[in-house]
Design a protein around this ligand. Structure first.
Ligand SMILES: Nc1ncnc2c1ncn2[C@@H]1O[C@H](COP(=O)(O)OP(=O)(O)OP(=O)(O)O)[C@@H](O)[C@H]1O
Length: 262
């Protein structure tokens, strides 16, 4: 197990996870894991099925709160505050730490309203012209504007899978988060749509800190500056992606990345 010091990296830390343990009922899914999330970088979480990647990701913006019977111990620091502190407003937190899921899940609303919905209910934008600008800007950042600008009133669900996923990214961006969590965002996409989303992730890291769960090791190598290898609810190794893939420190990491198990 790496020590906390080994998982610290000399770059700006956006989030800091300390001694995080998670139980679903009797079953423990994470065992006191610690990791820094580096600002304006993409961090990939890799590891065999069931090792706790999604659980870890969902703890970063308290998405696990929604699971019945869950128990969480430890700290997740974001902007000098533990996101699990009692007074934290979870809706507000999730507007700073947005999430994109495995399966594109647009609302059953128009393309326009998919983007406008959250800023409207959060009271971030009131005037129609401001909202028009926000919708355009978000779709541009998600690389979707040119494909949809003439049909903003079409249902989001009428788009292709890859377009829907970029719509979901645009929707997440619209509330100006600084961190984006992505849980296998390309697993339901074909190779062309995957390449588009990967390119988008690369562009987004200029302005956002991104944490992505992926089963695809090539994808981790392509998009992530840092990678954490999870195994049985522990972080076995965390380092810059090149080192992890070319000179893994731990035998388990080496076995996994060379396809010996998982
Ligand atoms: N809602 C839940 N209720 C009960 N157990 C859960 C729940 N979610 C996850 N688990 C259990 O916690 C452990 C970690 O699951 P998690 O989904 O975090 O792993 P993962 O590494 O993301 O897996 P995968 O790659 O298959 O998505 C697994 O044993 C899983 O069965």
């Amino acid at each position: 197990m790496p020590t906390v010091e080994q998982t610290r990296v000399k770059q700006s830390t956006k989030m800091s996870v300390r001694d995080l343990s998670v139980w679903y009922g009797e079953k423990q899914a994470l065992f006191g894991v610690s990791m820094d999330v580096i600002e304006n970088e993409v961090t990939a979480l890799i590891g065999p099925s069931g090792c706790g990647k999604s659980t870890f990701l969902r703890c970063l913006n308290r998405m696990n709160d929604l699971v019945q019977g869950v128990r969480i111990e430890g700290e997740v620091e974001f902007e000098q505050e533990n996101v699990y502190a009692p007074h934290v407003d979870v809706v507000e937190l999730r507007s700073h730490i947005g999430m994109v899921f495995q399966k594109p899940n647009p609302f059953p609303k128009s393309i326009y309203d998919n983007i406008a919905y959250a800023p409207r209910i959060l009271g971030k934008v009131r005037k129609r012209t401001e909202m028009d600008d926000l919708v355009e800007e978000s779709l541009k950042r998600a690389g979707l504007w040119e494909e949809v600008k003439d049909r903003l009133q079409l249902p989001g669900l009428a788009l292709s899978g890859g377009q829907q996923q970029r719509l979901c990214i645009a929707r997440a961006i619209a509330v100006s988060p600084s961190v984006l969590l992505m849980d296998e965002p390309c697993s339901a996409l074909d190779p062309v749509a995957t390449a588009t989303v990967e390119q988008l992730i690369d562009e987004l890291k200029e302005n956002y800190t991104i944490v992505i769960v992926t089963h695809n090791l090539q994808q981790a190598a392509r998009v992530a500056g840092y990678t954490a290898f999870f195994h049985l609810g522990n972080i076995i190794e965390f380092s810059d992606t090149d080192s992890l893939f070319t000179h893994p420190r731990e035998k388990k990491t080496e076995d996994y990345i060379t396809g010996r198990y998982g």
